[in-house]
Design a protein around this ligand. Structure first.
Ligand code: 2BA
Length: 110
């Protein structure tokens, strides 16, 4: 058995979860946030038999979009020479999903 960790954009979470459920997969949703942008995202946990991992990844890929977001860098000193640093927005591409697949030692429902 495998455990799929998928970090998805909040706006994609509903579609990803719905399609995983429609495909017969159970999902646990955790609220998370990215260390770089400090923005909310969602971490999904999907426990699945090894032969079904590709099906899970295909659904996550299909339902996850990439987006441009902006983060303020420290910036450069302004041209007026007043010694003030102006924050400069830097564009980053977020997503689609970031996925980790790990081996599960034991899976039990007690
Ligand atoms: P964040 O850490 O908020 O990162 C958002 C986006 O910012 C990243 O998109 C990437 O394009 C950019 N970015 C991240 N760290 C950077 C850095 N040190 N320098 C320049 N740009 C940087 P994604 O790569 O699509 O990642 C989306 C979210 O997935 C991340 O949010 C984080 O929550 C998670 N993630 C990505 N890679 C990860 C990893 N190796 N381990 C754990 N979580 C990861």
């Amino acid at each position: 058995m495998k455990l799929v960790f998928a970090i998805v954009h909040d706006e994609d979470t509903r579609n990803v979860c719905d399609e995983l459920n429609n495909g017969g997969f159970s999902v646990t949703k955790l609220s998370s946030s990215g260390g770089f942008l400090k923005a909310g995202n969602t971490t999904l946990l999907v426990g699945v038999e090894q032969e079904k991992v590709d099906d899970v990844l295909a659904i996550i890929e299909r339902e996850s979009n990439s987006r441009k977001e902006y983060v303020n860098s420290v910036g450069t000193m302004n041209s007026m020479g007043t010694g003030m640093f102006m924050p400069t927005p830097v564009e980053v591409t977020v997503g689609g999903a970031t996925v980790f697949v790990i081996d599960v030692d034991t899976f039990k429902k007690l």
